[in-house]
Design a binder for this molecule. Structure first.
Ligand code: KIV
Ligand code: ZN
Length: 547
């Protein structure tokens, strides 16, 4: 059996499908580019039948990320479809301009889903699988089929369905534990049983797709791989429905760190992991828990005195992975007030950011302002500045000034000055339960975009009283588009994430909220196209792939 495990990233589909993780098309494109740099083999770019916007986002990714001009092989770009001709047509329309397109079609096979969700018999589902996999295959050479809720399906029925899908031309068979129900031994047994009992499976790739409801997603994925699966479906930071999907970084680093146990490799450039993790967190507004494996802020912090003592003697005492291996820089004293543009550019290059004008100018300007307030600028500070300056949505309203009064005497009050889309300055004061609440109320009074705050997370980039504060917020719009869930076939409000960084945490909070509000406003379409200026127009000059 080959010893290469394909990494199928579904951050932009299953991750984005989770409540609160929606991204704009421009953000999806940026994440897709980052995933390609990370080295994923396949990226599921979305569910094109959900809406024209989703289709367009997948199409852009197929064209811009699914093709290369330097002779390197681009990732496979995949679109999800239920087993209907409409969904499959939309998925094909989304991915067909990629050099390596894939259609991924699915239908549930567990009796619970058949009885209560699909209201279909086993025979009808089997017939649907045959018809729709054949149809998908008539459009695209690379077809993946998933029996949804395989973890709770009758294995004998599963073998029958998978055999039918293989006969109709499916090239990858993905086995989802949709509700995160199985235990590692059971899941290993399920995959081994499928490999033993499904005629024709030896010519296909078996894939695993696990959810984390009982905290078993990574363990189950690795168990499936040990049983012979050679594709793992994962998301960055493990984002996804409910408790999430299997985290890419956990599977990749487990295979990497315990190579003698698994004897398997992936094509992932592990040094990109931290950067992509941050990007996804900033765009979705879903903060990474500090103790999250591999990418949490504390994953490489050794604070307890006894640990530090051990670390000083030898880092292998408490460290099983080198921080550099996932792109965490250990350098602390980096730059200061007197560092020039060249020093900044060189340091950014070491961190993997290649900036030219005008981006470099913007980062340098912010760097100088920060260096005036803070004696030493660390790599963490630089990454926060880059996120705050460059990964921002199109500014519809801009923050022009903020003043707060708070403390134990008097009411917390904020005065906010925003520049509106016509360039006019608008000033509003408000009182609140604290300075952030007052600031948000003043902004709401000016912008008037009804929403509810779903998440507000604040943390310091590093130690010290002068540390830069990072704020991540997520809001749900009461107006604007709805998001369609591929599996539950329901709609829910669009949510928008915002990120801000500043040495003043109220300013960072204001920036984060304004970023989320600007995305909400853009999505309503009232202020022109819902795109940031980062997105280039698409030229359809690429050759069509043969059906
Ligand atoms: O969890 C699941 O079953 C899925 C399928 C659509 C593959 O996401
Ligand atoms: Zn899933």
């Amino acid at each position: 059996m080959e010893n290469y495990v394909r990494i199928f990233d579904t951050t932009l589909r299953d991750g984005e499908q989770s409540p609160g993780a929606t991204m704009t098309s421009a953000e999806k494109l940026e994440v897709a580019r980052a995933l390609a740099r990370l080295g994923v083999d396949v990226m599921e770019a979305g569910f094109p039948a959900a809406s024209p916007d989703d289709l367009e986002a997948v199409r852009r990714i197929a064209i811009e990320v699914g093709n290369t001009t330097d002779g390197t092989q681009p990732p496979v770009i995949c679109g999800l479809a239920r087993t209907t001709t409409n969904d499959i047509d939309k998925a094909w329309e989304g991915v067909r301009l990629a050099a390596r397109p894939r259609i991924h079609t699915f239908i549930a096979t567990s009796d619970i889903h058949l009885q209560y969700k699909l209201k279909m018999s086993r025979e009808t589902v089997l017939e649907r699988v045959k018809k729709m996999v054949c149809y998908a295959r008539s459009l695209c050479e690379d077809v993946e089929f998933s029996p949804e809720d395989a973890g709770r399906s009758d294995p004998d029925y599963l073998y029958q369905v998978l055999e039918a899908a293989i006969r109709c031309g499916a090239t990858t068979l993905n086995i989802p534990d949709t509700v995160g129900y199985t235990m590692p031994d059971e899941f290993r047994g399920l995959i081994a049983g499928i490999l033993r009992n499904t005629p024709g499976i030896e010519n296909c790739i078996v894939s695993v797709h696990c959810h984390n409801d009982l905290g078993m997603a990574t363990a189950n994925t690795l168990a499936g791989i040990q049983a012979g699966a050679r594709q793992a479906e994962v998301t960055i930071n493990g984002i996804g429905e409910r408790a999430g999907n299997t985290a890419l970084e956990e599977v990749v680093m487990a295979l990497h760190t315990r190579r003698p146990v698994f004897g398997l490799s992936t094509g992932i450039d592990t040094t990109q992991i931290m950067r992509v993790s941050k990007l996804v967190s900033n765009y979705t507004g879903i903060a990474v828990q500090p103790n999250k494996a591999v990418v949490g802020a504390n994953a490489f912090a050794h604070e307890a005195g006894i640990h530090q003592d051990g670390m000083l003697k030898h880092n292998l005492t408490y460290e099983i992975m080198r921080p550099e291996a996932v792109g965490v820089s250990q350098s602390q004293l980096v730059l200061g007030k007197h560092s020039g543009r060249h020093a900044l550019k060189a340091r950014l290059q070491v961190l993997g950011y290649v900036f030219e004008e005008p981006e470099l100018d913007k980062v340098f300007e912010r760097f100088k302002v920060l260096a005036d307030k803070k004696k030493t600028i660390t790599d963490g500070d630089l990454e926060a500045l880059i996120s705050d300056e460059l990964y921002q949505p199109r500014e519809i309203f801009a923050l022009d000034g903020l003043q707060v009064a708070c403390g134990t005497m008097g009411l917390p009050t904020a005065t906010v000055r925003l520049r509106d889309p016509q360039g006019k300055l608008r000033i509003q004061a408000a009182v609140g339960t604290g300075p952030v609440d007052a600031t948000y109320k003043a902004m709401d009074a000016i912008i008037q975009a009804e929403n509810s705050l779903q998440e507000f997370v604040i943390h310091a980039v590093n130690e010290g009283i002068d540390a830069l504060g990072e704020v991540t917020v997520r809001i749900a719009g009461k107006v604007g588009p709805k998001v369609m869930d591929a599996q539950k076939e329901t709609e829910r409000p669009h949510t928008f994430g915002g990120y801000g960084a500043d040495t003043d945490i109220v300013v960072a909070s204001a920036k984060a909220y304004l970023a989320a509000l600007n995305k909400l406003l853009a999505a309503t379409g009232q202020y022109g196209p819902a795109e940031t200026s980062a997105v280039q127009p698409i030229k359809e000059a690429l050759p069509h792939n043969p059906g």
